[in-house]
Write a protein of this length. Structure first.
Ligand SMILES: [Zn+2]
Length: 153
């Protein structure tokens, strides 16, 4: 009987832990600001899952060859060969470099979207949709402020 009670206590405690420390908490615990020079807007997007205004990113016009890096930690995320003009007003990519991002389902604003964040530092970058025009079928819709472009050569 005592054993059973102890068992029930353990069970209820783990349930309590589950509700008190949901996934969101675990996720935010892995985020860390590395670049101390991030602007207020960059911090809001990357660590509060904000969104920049469409058609404001300088990177929309960028069409040189090179790589797009995380503005927070510098990790290499996209190759310029994957970039395309989606007409949405945000830099768009058909594929990310392998292992660059981790994803989670985002239910905010009454929508079910696939959020993605830097696998290295946890910073939010954008949402990935399955309506891309290329063979991958993917459309990574990325906030330009989260990216730093480094031309090749
Ligand atoms: Zn990063």
């Amino acid at each position: 009987m005592i054993f059973r009670r102890k068992f029930l206590k353990t069970i209820s405690l783990s349930f309590l832990t589950f509700f008190l420390f949901p996934y969101k908490f675990l996720y935010s615990a892995t985020k860390k600001i590395i670049n101390k020079n991030l602007s207020k807007e960059q911090k809001n997007i990357m660590f509060n899952e904000g969104t920049e205004r469409p058609f404001t990113s300088e990177l929309l016009k960028e069409n040189r060859e090179g790589f797009y890096h995380c503005a927070n930690c510098g990790a290499k995320l996209f190759a310029s060969s994957a970039k395309f003009d989606s007409g949405t007003g945000w830099p768009s990519f058909s594929e990310a470099l392998p292992g660059a991002f981790k994803t989670k389902i985002d239910y905010s604003f009454g929508m079910r979207r696939m959020e993605y964040h830097c696998a290295n530092c946890g910073a939010h970058h954008g949402h990935v949709f399955l309506d891309g025009p290329t063979a991958s079928g993917k459309r990574f819709c990325n906030n330009g402020l989260c990216l730093i472009f480094k031309p090749e050569n």
